[in-house]
Design a protein around this ligand. Sequence first.
Ligand code: HGA
Length: 203
Amino acid sequence: MCGIVGAIAGRNVVPVLVDGLKRPEYRGYDSAGIAVVVDHAIHRVRRVGRVAEMENAAQEEGLSGTVGIGHTRWATHGGVTEPNAHPHISHGEIAVVHNGIIENHEAQRERLKQLGYTFESQTDTEVIAHLVHHYFSQSGDLFMAVRQTVRELVGAYAIGVIALKQPDRLVCARMGCPLLIGRAKAKTSSPPTYLPSFLLPAG
Ligand code: HGA
């Protein structure tokens, strides 16, 4: 069973993501990964094995960012490999973590290939990253792009999505899978400089 976590703040969220992944660790998983928006790129670290190994790699790479997503995976589609570990990224611009199963992933994969997308993993999840990228390219709005994407997904899912071009947003969606959203109490009286967006289809 896997878990997803996302965080957006006025400080580095990597420790928050790692901590969030460690908490449900007992449920079992085969690989772990996190992605953050850093300046002009989405940076990602993935490892087969324990969260601690991925955490060490993230520390070695000096991973840091104010918006990010993380994942522990129990493979349902595709083997236990680093390319199949989440987050999945489309064109360096959209990163997605996903808990669940996309039942119509084969049809979506064929459609996306026709649109020119190439696949780097065997997972059902990668279609979500490319679909969000496809719609984001049209609207430039992550919330709208995720909303259009989830209309086309069949299955059960909880997802977290970030975008290079909208580093002030973290969009989540769920259908038939649990997703808990929290907001930490601000430590200062200054207003937040970020704009979180949440999307919760009935599920
Ligand atoms: N289907 C995705 C996510 C698997 C999952 O939710 N596991 O608990 C995959 O195979 O990567």
